[in-house]
Design a protein around this ligand. Sequence first.
Ligand SMILES: [Zn+2]
Length: 59
Amino acid sequence: MIKGAIFFLLVMAAIGMIGNAIAPGSVGRMVRKRLPKAARCGRCGRYVLGKTGCDCGKG
Ligand SMILES: [Zn+2]
């Protein structure tokens, strides 16, 4: 049981090192891709949520 746990930890460490060596910083880039730059209203500068536009242009 202990041997298995140590082996598992070694494998995980090796995978982490290999991943870092192949693509350093790729995880951070992936996270940033998932969070695109928030769209802002051209008039008031507030963040626009959704595709309907800002409230300042509706009234
Ligand atoms: Zn606006």
